[in-house]
Ligand binder design. Structure first.
Ligand code: NAP
Length: 489
């Protein structure tokens, strides 16, 4: 047990490391950052399947306050992003604040002291209690892998994997492998497994929209120029930002506009897959953008290999020897990979979080997570959520959103110098959610004729922001005081 901290930060991915770097940049050393894994990086620590990479350009998918002129590719791979985040630890002097292998197990608001009491446990099972004026939960919406709900999965005798829990040293050579899913993870993994596997079966439930990726190395001369020519890196980042941001209205206000992009993707498909059953099976049946638009140049060619099969028949069950299809055929497998994504829409707190009057965050979020600008929750004072409810994007870099949230948290921390606690009012939160609920109903995610991980099981979109990142930045620049209740110290 130690004295009260200014802030406890939970999770060392982009969100948590960004929050910690912001504390340092604000001249505040009074924080601890806990991370349950043995390294930093969050989703980029966990997702180490072959081919894992980002589909937002590297110069945009990095902190504006921690530029990296040395990115080697237009789209960064997992290892390069993980190395960048590792470098941020050194750059901002975060190591003394960082506790790896440490999991938050319980969070309780102490009403007498106006502090959070946090229990944390390290890998050896040693428990510690930390007191903190504020807590930032940056545990990530893509941190809980979703296994497919298939009968018999637990009886499979081969190797059962999830893309987000990839074992080091897995050798695909000569194996009969099945991949369930055709989302962002699967389309990166399949081209890597295809040349190695004896037989690769891709189980597809819905065909995704795929655009050309056009990844390329960033040459040594360009890297030199980005490091040395004044203003060039900012110009590059700005151009990338605008190029992505211009797409926002199509997702959020004019879903019909996305129809104009569909021929691009269909041409991409036609150029790589000849007319016939395979092309038909790969043709999507919902409005582009309703699920995440994917980028890949090597996925379609991989499916044409003689040892690869795209299986569109429904999976009836998993059996000890493989996957039983609805028509009775058994696909025998040595390894089955669930590329089935994450429990993103049903965000649950990482541990019991108990606020004033015993109110729990689990109960508050029982019918789906709600918040105020995705960053705070009414009734939970001095608690911040990075990439909280309704902050996700279909069109631009999440790092931009995270930095907007961090500006709001910085302003809240300034207010907490004079106040014991602050929290959005229930009214303000209700108005906010009514507003975004109405706006979300007009988006492509609600009207595009698909179901996706953006929605809860009852169809509510809890993951996405229904506007531009500029609007989000404007609204998170500082606390809108009338929307908050404060208690003086
Ligand atoms: P995902 O987009 O949720 O895709 C899951 C896939 O599994 C879908 O194709 C889904 O089919 C399928 N599936 C789920 N349950 C199934 C079942 N019982 N039977 C058959 N198919 C089933 O997950 P993800 O690919 O891991 O991606 C999640 C998110 O992570 C992305 O949207 C992105 O935000 C992030 N990510 C980004 C990158 C990148 O930057 N390039 C890479 C990886 C991940 P349906 O479509 O029919 O539901």
């Amino acid at each position: 047990m130690t004295g009260p901290l200014g802030m406890l930060i939970v999770g060392a991915g982009f969100g948590g490391l960004g929050a910690a770097a912001h504390r340092r940049r604000c001249g505040d050393d009074d924080f601890v950052l806990v991370e349950q894994a043995d390294g930093v990086g969050g989703t980029w620590w966990a997702n180490r399947y072959p081919g894992a990479a980002c589909d937002i350009p590297s110069h945009l998918y990095s902190f504006s306050f921690a530029p990296n002129p040395r990115w080697t590719r237009h789209y960064p791979g997992q290892q390069e992003i993980a190395a960048y985040l590792d470098d941020c630890v050194h750059r901002f002097g975060l190591a003394p604040h960082l506790r790896l292998h440490t999991r938050l197990t319980h969070l309780l608001w102490d009403e007498a002291q106006h502090l959070w009491r946090a229990r944390v446990r390290d890998a050896a099972g040693h428990e510690d209690e930390l007191l903190a004026q504020a807590v930032t939960l940056a545990t990530g919406p893509l941190s809980r892998p979703r296994m497919p709900a298939l009968a018999g999965l637990e009886r499979f005798c081969g190797l059962l994997l999830h893309t987000a829990r990839w074992p080091d040293g897995f050798d695909a050579s000569g194996r009969r492998i099945g991949v369930i899913g055709t989302g962002a993870s699967a389309i990166q993994l399949v081209p890597q497994l295809a040349p190695l596997a004896q037989r690769l079966t891709v189980f597809q439930r819905s065909a995704p929209w795929i655009l050309p990726r056009g990844d390329r190395p960033i040459g040594a001369r360009t890297r030199w120029a980005l490091a040395h020519v004044p203003g060039l890196r900012r110009l590059w980042r700005g151009a990338l930002y605008c190029q992505h941001e211009l797409r926002a209205p199509a997702f959020t206000r004019h879903p019909g506009w996305l129809r104009r992009l569909e021929p691009l993707a269909l041409n991409h498909l036609r150029r790589r897959i000849p007319a016939g059953a395979l092309r038909d099976a790969l043709t999507p049946h919902y409005r582009m953008g309703c699920k995440r638009i994917l980028l890949a140049d090597d996925y379609y060619p991989a499916l044409r290999r003689p040892n690869v099969a795209l299986e569109t028949r429904t999976i009836a069950a998993v059996e000890p020897q493989g996957v039983r299809l609805a028509d009775g055929e058994l696909v025998e497998l040595d390894a089955l990979v669930a590329a089935t994504g994450f429990e993103a829409a049903e965000i649950t707190p990482p541990c019991p979080v108990i606020g004033p009057q015993g109110r729990t965050l689990h109960a508050t979020w029982a019918r789906g997570p709600v918040g105020y600008l995705g960053t705070m929750v009414a009734g939970f004072p001095n608690l911040f959520t990075v990439i909280g409810p309704n902050t996700g994007l279909g069109h631009n870099s999440m790092v931009h959103v995270i930095e907007s949230q961090l500006a709001l948290i910085d302003d809240a921390m300034r207010a907490l110098r004079a106040h014991a606690w602050l929290s959005p009012t229930a009214d303000a939160q209700e108005r906010f959610n009514a507003e975004i609920g109405a706006r979300l109903a007009r988006t492509v995610w609600a009207t595009g004729g698909c179901t996706s991980w953006y929605q809860t099981r009852d169809g509510r979109i809890t993951t996405l922001w229904p506007g531009s990142t500029l609007e989000f930045r404007r609204r998170t620049r500082r606390l809108d005081r009338p929307d908050f209740e404060f208690a003086l110290r």
